[in-house]
Ligand binder design. Structure first.
Ligand code: GRF
Length: 203
């Protein structure tokens, strides 16, 4: 069994995960990138890192369920157990959630439950918090609402703007996400209801 990363954009977290997994020789490796945006920067990274990628265009499907059924078929074909969302700009729907319950993780650029959804870094600046950070959590039906696995704080300096704060947050993300995944693969992190790891697909 192995790991798929789902991403829509730049892919710096994807690259950090792949590099760490190779360096540390994880018990399950990243063998697939699923991308929902043709032309996304993450696809170039996958090519360079020699990770197979699959591009799906949700607009080509009659519904979200049809799109996800196709993605799920590929995941099954490739023996994927874990799904890591890394800048995947789409809510996971019921088809994937039900088939992959507690096998989907996400990384979010805030200390959840603060600043859920899009533009979390801008939201933190607008609110004027002194501390924000990074959260890795399980994915459920809500937007950034699933059970929290780990968090790391990031200090907001008075002269920070979105770019400078994003840089600090991404530095933390690139360490925290691989560390959490490694713990998951080595049994130091368990799915919330204990039914995600070890069993493979649940139909
Ligand atoms: C990250 O900040 C992540 O927290 C959020 O989307 C961003 C993706 O960045 N979910 P990248 O594409 O991995 O560089």
């Amino acid at each position: 069994m192995s790991i798929a990363v789902f991403a829509s954009g730049n892919g710096s977290n994807f690259e950090a995960l792949v590099e760490r997994s190779k360096r540390q020789g994880w018990p399950e490796m990243i063998t697939l990138l699923v991308c929902d945006r043709p032309g996304a920067g993450v696809l170039d990274r996958a090519k360079r890192l020699e990770i197979p990628s699959a591009v799906f265009q949700p607009a080509d499907y009659a519904s979200k369920a049809e799109y996800e059924k196709e993605v799920l078929a590929l995941l099954r074909e490739r023996g994927i157990r874990w799904i890591l969302l890394a800048g995947y700009m789409r809510m996971v729907g019921s088809v994937l959630l039900e088939a992959c319950r507690w096998r989907i993780l996400n990384i979010h650029p805030s200390l959840l439950p603060a600043f859920q959804g899009k533009n979390a870094i801008q939201q933190a600046l607008d609110y004027g918090v002194r501390w924000t950070g990074v959260t890795v959590h399980w994915v459920d039906e809500g937007i950034d609402t699933g059970p929290i696995i780990d968090q790391k704080p990031v200090l907001v300096e008075p002269d920070d703007n979105v770019e400078s704060l994003q840089k600090k947050i991404q530095f933390v993300e690139h360490n925290l996400y691989p560390a959490v995944v490694r713990k998951l693969l080595t049994g130091q992190v368990s799915p919330p209801e204990g039914d995600g790891g070890g069993k493979g697909e649940q139909d």
